[in-house]
Design a protein. Structure first.
Length: 134
């Protein structure tokens, strides 16, 4: 069976809460939905640092959830997904659509010229969890 993975990073307006949603889909719809919340104490180490510094932290949380649910091989990082979508990111104006993650996109998000927001992590996380041969 083919699975598709979607990651929606975001930040709440409350200063003490950061969250993101992760979903695994089949042809029938969402099979797994997880919302991961991060409290202020958990994120203290990132205070004053660019959002991109949270990439490994968030990716690790997502990978552990997916391993526990059986969508990734523990310790190998090989996901069983036909496609991976990372939503969001403060990019220059673009026509609506779906874009492949490439180095110019990642560099634009890394520079955060249009703002430093959790949505800038979407492309990085999608690339990390991309469909890879088993």
């Amino acid at each position: 069976m083919n699975f598709d993975y979607e990651h929606q990073p975001g930040a709440c307006h409350q200063p003490w809460l950061d969250l993101h949603e992760d979903r695994v889909y089949t042809r029938e719809g969402a099979e797994l939905t997880r919302t991961i919340r991060h409290g202020d104490e958990e994120l203290l180490r990132f205070r004053g640092r660019p959002m991109i510094d949270r990439h490994d932290y968030r990716a690790g949380l997502i990978e552990r959830e997916l391993e526990a649910a059986g969508y990734m091989q523990a310790g190998l990082g090989v996901a069983r997904f036909a496609a991976v979508a990372g939503r969001g990111g403060l990019l220059p104006p673009l026509p609506c659509g779906t874009y492949l993650v490439d180095e110019p996109m990642l560099e634009e998000l890394r520079q955060a010229r249009r703002g430093d927001h959790a949505s800038n992590l979407g492309a990085f996380l999608a690339l990390r969890l991309r469909a890879r041969p088993a």
